[in-house]
Design a protein around this ligand. Structure first.
Ligand code: 4LM
Length: 408
């Protein structure tokens, strides 16, 4: 029996919602897990039915680029968690950002983007859209006056990440939405670092919420995918235009894997967050670490948003070593358990060098302006025992220290 009224179960705790909310699959055999419809196309009973489906006069599936029952199950599940009517799952997080933005802009339009975001999002807004006549201004959205000054008559959307990749700068989302109130401007929040368990941008005024589902939502490092959540009208526009015709559609198998991952999102996030607190504390106290960027630390400039905008600081930490870029690279090369890899939200703790990796699409000037230095290291804390993560960081820091002392 389909749990068709599950979207209304808002009284459930999030731990329950990640398992039940939005589930609507109706398998004739009563399968508990959502069935995987690994099919590219769907048979019509006759030409009348086929034509009616294409004309939108009859529901039902046509072709998996346009929709698929496994994908739909993922969409209703994540939409319910984020508190929206609907969602569109995409091939990657970048696919979600591109498809969403393109659904709402045309040549000559203007968009405002937060000054610190993921490197490929920066490239998309600063280079690719520019080629099609859509200009983006990168603005410090923590500064209300700067946002107000950047608004133009042709501004169509504001895009932000909070916490920002890679150094966890926070934007007061509600303050931004209040400035945009009454204007025909979509506020789009990339909630990848938080998940709906830690932050629900809809409650803060966001029109659309995007995830790289590659990260915490899936949680197992075996999928690249994205999703955008919003109103029925906005999602219908994205599905009916950019997704349909450009085809950044998710594979049903990837949707199925994310459905599997979602069930443990609550317990995973708890461990991720507990571990991150311990790692941040360790780094903060270490003599070789010059600065730690983690909103959970009292010294973070937006620490007060913890407990209001966001329930927890999350599991991504950035830090600066007390040395130069060569020293930062030496430290990264000494790690034994922690893989040197981009991405985040996996069981494995992952560590990387943003300036030469995730944020290499920035120009050096743009990186400097956004505060992404060459000595910055980003760690996405995983699910291992915190003491083992800390032991690996500790031995790598110690060996770096010895090497620097030798060469001093
Ligand atoms: C990374 N990030 O940081 P796909 N939005 C945010 C992201 O961090 C990312 C994307 C979108 C990293 C990938 C290598 C806040 C990606 C893009 O990779 O297209 O699913 O998501 O390490």
């Amino acid at each position: 029996m389909a749990n068709s009224d599950n979207n209304n179960k808002t009284a459930w705790q999030m731990a329950t919602q990640v398992i039940h909310a939005g589930s609507g699959h109706d398998d004739p055999h009563g399968a508990l897990a959502a069935p995987l419809y690994q099919t590219s196309t769907f048979k019509f009973a006759n030409t009348e039915q086929g034509s009616a489906r294409f004309a939108g006069e009859e529901g039902g599936y046509i072709y998996s680029r346009l929709g698929n029952p496994t994908t739909h199950e993922l969409e209703t599940r994540v939409a319910a968690l984020e508190g929206y009517d609907a969602a569109a799952a995409t091939a990657t997080g970048m696919g979600a950002i591109a498809a969403t933005t393109m659904a709402f802009v045309k040549a000559g339009d203007h968009i405002i983007v937060s000054d610190a975001i993921y490197g490929c999002s920066f490239a998309l807004f600063s280079e690719l859209f520019e080629r099609f006549g859509v200009h983006a201004d990168f603005v410090d959205l923590t500064d209300a006056d700067a946002l107000t000054a950047a608004l133009k008559d042709n501004t169509r959307l504001v895009f932000l990440e909070s916490p920002a990749n890679p150094h966890l700068k926070l934007v007061d989302i509600e303050a931004v939405s209040q400035i945009l109130a009454g204007r025909d401007i979509k506020l789009i929040v990339d909630n990848t670092f938080m998940t709906p368990l830690l932050q629900q941008p809809k409650q803060l005024g966001a029109d659309l919420v995007i995830h790289s589902a590659t990260k915490f939502l899936n949680g197992h490092g075996d999928v690249v995918a994205g999703i955008v959540c919003g109103s029925n009208d906005d999602i219908a526009l994205i599905k009916g235009t950019t997704l349909k015709d450009m085809g950044a559609t998710i594979s049903p198998h990837d949707a199925w894997l994310i459905l599997r991952g979602l069930k443990t999102l609550d317990v995973r996030m708890q461990r991720h967050c507990e571990n991150a607190e311990k790692v941040a504390d360790f780094l903060h106290k270490h003599s070789l670490v010059r600065k730690v960027y983690y909103p959970g630390l009292a010294e973070h400039p937006n620490h007060s948003l913890i407990g209001t905008q966001m329930r927890h600081a999350g599991a991504v930490i950035a830090f600066e070593l007390d040395g130069d870029e060569a020293q930062a690279r030496y430290f990264l090369n000494q790690l034994q358990m922690i893989p040197l890899a981009v991405s985040l939200g996996d069981a494995e703790t992952l560590i990387q060098h943003p300036a030469s990796m995730t944020h290499s699409p920035y120009t050096p000037e743009a990186r400097q302006k956004a505060g992404i230095s060459d000595t910055l290291v980003r760690i996405a804390v995983g699910l291992e025992a915190a003491q083992d993560i800390i032991a690996d960081l500790s031995q790598a820091l110690q060996s770096s220290q010895q090497r620097w002392q030798r060469s001093a």
